[in-house]
Design a protein around this ligand. Sequence first.
Ligand SMILES: Nc1ncnc2c1ncn2[C@@H]1O[C@H](COP(=O)(O)OP(=O)(O)OP(=O)(O)O)[C@@H](O)[C@H]1O
Length: 125
Amino acid sequence: MGLRDYKRASLLNSFGYAINGIIRVIKEERNIKIHLCATLIVIALASYFHFSRNDWMVLLIIITIVISLELVNSAVEAVVDLASPEIHPLAKKAKDVAAGAVLVAAIVSVIIGFLLFLPYFTILR
Ligand SMILES: Nc1ncnc2c1ncn2[C@@H]1O[C@H](COP(=O)(O)OP(=O)(O)OP(=O)(O)O)[C@@H](O)[C@H]1O
């Protein structure tokens, strides 16, 4: 299929491609599996503690940011491998900066998660 045919793809097809992309990253990348496991645990805990509506919104926003960045990081890795299969300092820069973006989001998410859960754990004591 040529590039033009791809561009003519219907909205439904585009949605399907996006889902395929997500499934492929989940199958192939270890880091996103770790993020998804952490997400399931955090969602289970938030349900158990009957999170307030605002707390749910903050939690969902940080989950979305981390998982979306992980997907973008995988896309950057694929593009770099395609454009520069050989060792190149710029290829390293691109991959390391993309990985850095995920790391920043993950670290801040852990801090926000801690702040979100703290009052609920305090009530338990
Ligand atoms: N073409 C390249 N040129 C220079 N350095 C590269 C190149 N490809 C990867 N690297 C570097 O090698 C290290 C490992 O890269 P790799 O592609 O295995 O990704 P990774 O960080 O292990 O992530 P993942 O585990 O998600 O694949 C990183 O520091 C990366 O910047």
